[in-house]
Structures are given as C-alpha cells and as structure tokens.
Write a protein that binds this ligand. Structure first.
Ligand code: NAP
Length: 240
C-alpha cells in the first residue's frame, strides 16, 4: 500500500487509532482527524509518522479546508475511513433534540461531507476506497439508541449508494459493522449491561480495536478490489 494517502476520521482514540497504526504500518501516508484529544492525537502522530488535524466532523467548512490541505500536500487522497462517532443514549420518549442532532451530525452527516469532498478526485484517478464504520445497532437496532441506530443504518444505505454511483470509476465503498469493541465508548457502559452483552456474544468476549483495523486494511487493499457495497460484521457472532 506504499504511496497511497489516507484520511481517517476520529483517529485519536479507540478503533480509529488502531486503523491509523495499521495503515501507517502498511506504508500508507496517513492523515487523521480528532475533535478534542489533542495530546493523544499528537503522541499517535509522532509514533506513526502520521499527521493529526483538529477537525470536528460536523463542521462542513472545516472538512472542506482539511481536504484542500491534504490535496495541496499530496495531489491525491486514495482512501477514506469515516470512523468518528459518538453516543448520546436515551430512551426515545426522553431523547432531546440536542441528543438526536449531535449523533446524526457527527456520525452520519460527517460521512456525507467528507465523501462529497473526496470523490471527484478519486473519480479522476479511477481508484479509491471508502470505508464507513457502521454498527451492529444499525443492523439490529438497540433500545436506548434511536439516534445512534438511525445514523448507523443511514451509513449502510449511504455506503450502498456510493458503491453504485462510483463503481464505474473503480472506487469501492463498504461498511464495517462492529459489535462490542473494547474502547472508551464501551468502557462507560454499566457493568450489568457489559456482562449481559458478553453472555449474548457467542465468542463470549468483546472485540479489540485491531479486529476492526484488520478488516479496514483488507478492504483498503488490492486484495479487496472486487468487494463493494457490502456490510462486513465483526461482532463475535452477536448477530447471526
Ligand atoms: P471512541 O473510543 O469514543 O473514539 C471516538 C473517536 O471519534 C475519537 O478519536 C474522537 O476524537 C472522535 N470524534 C468524536 N467526535 C468527533 C467529532 N465531532 N469530530 C471529529 N472526531 C470526533 O469510539 P470508538 O469505540 O473507537 O468508535 C469508533 C467508531 O466505531 C464510531 O463510529 C462508533 O460508533 C463505531 N462503533 C464502535 C463500537 C464499539 O463497541 N466501540 C461498536 C460499533 C461501532 P476525540 O478523541 O478528539 O474526542
């Protein structure tokens, strides 16, 4: 993968961080965004030789600026991983407009903004990989996550549409749908929910960020050149 340029959103922690490490290790020139975690972003950038850019993913102007900067430096962006995401869980009857809008804009609208800015150049180059991080909640739904499940299901429809629009230009678009992965996002779950989740997972454990990073690396590679419009579940068998 040497010589390719990638942008990964939400690379400062968790799954995105594992993707940054995996891609940088494969010789890809990596740019990654973050919103708040300046210290861990800077440390990761230094460790991997990647570039960290503070870019809140719900700010379409800042996203356009970020894309322009990467093009100016490289003349190309070959791989996009839309990973940044948040949760604001609540039961539907108690969910505020703020909780709904924050999750839809950070998790779903961000994919639209960034993909729209990138595809023209990918089309010109006739090569591109778009990998969107969905969730088991977008496939099966999850009580308390109407906002998150809607965003993650939206990512699946969005991905399938990109796959159809872009296939003729040799650009693939796929979604990865993690189950429970050990990151800050799941660390804040109450103990009883974690135990119930582990009991329901046939492999009886949560996944590691690297389980997702390996699938992203495969989808970004030439090995996956005939796979597009798919949703790859990585969930220990939670949904079969
Ligand atoms: P995490 O540990 O909470 O990390 C989230 C990352 O997203 C951080 O790098 C964070 O940056 C970044 N981010 C959040 N809001 C952002 C914004 N507005 N603009 C730019 N970056 C932003 O989460 P994770 O568990 O790694 O999750 C990564 C993705 O996988 C998400 O899309 C999530 O929905 C999905 N997923 C996770 C699981 C799981 O079990 N962990 C399961 C299914 C799907 P800062 O550090 O700067 O805040």
């Amino acid at each position: 993968m040497g010589g390719k340029v990638a942008i990964i959103t939400g690379g400062s922690r968790g799954i995105g961080k594992a993707v940054v490490e995996k891609f940088a290790g494969a010789g890809i020139k990596v740019y990654f965004t973050y919103a708040n975690s300046e210290d861990s972003a800077a440390k990761l950038a230094e460790k991997c030789g990647a570039t960290a850019i503070r870019c809140p993913q719900n700010d379409s102007e800042k996203i356009a600026e970020t894309v322009d900067k990467i093009y100016a430096e490289n003349g190309t962006i070959d791989i996009l991983v839309n990973n940044a995401g948040i949760t604001r869980d609540n039961l539907l009857m108690r969910m505020s407009d703020e909780e709904w809008n924050a999750v839809i804009s950070t998790n779903l609208s961000s994919c639209f903004y960034l993909s729209r800015n990138l595809v023209r150049a990918m089309m010109g180059k006739r090569w591109g990989r778009i990998i969107n991080i969905s969730s088991v909640s977008g496939i099966a739904g999850n009580a308390g996550q109407a906002n998150y499940s809607a965003a993650k299901a939206g990512i699946i429809g969005f991905t399938k549409t990109l796959a159809r629009e872009l296939a003729a230009r040799n650009i693939t678009a796929n979604a990865v749908a993690p189950g429970f992965i050990e990151t800050d996002m799941t660390a804040k779950l109450p103990e009883n929910i974690m135990e119930a989740a582990k009991a329901a997972i046939p492999l009886k454990r949560f996944g590691k960020p690297d389980d997702i990073a390996r699938v992203c690396a495969f989808l970004a590679s030439e090995e996956a050149s005939y796979i597009t419009g798919q949703v790859i579940s990585v969930n220990g068998g939670l949904v079969i």
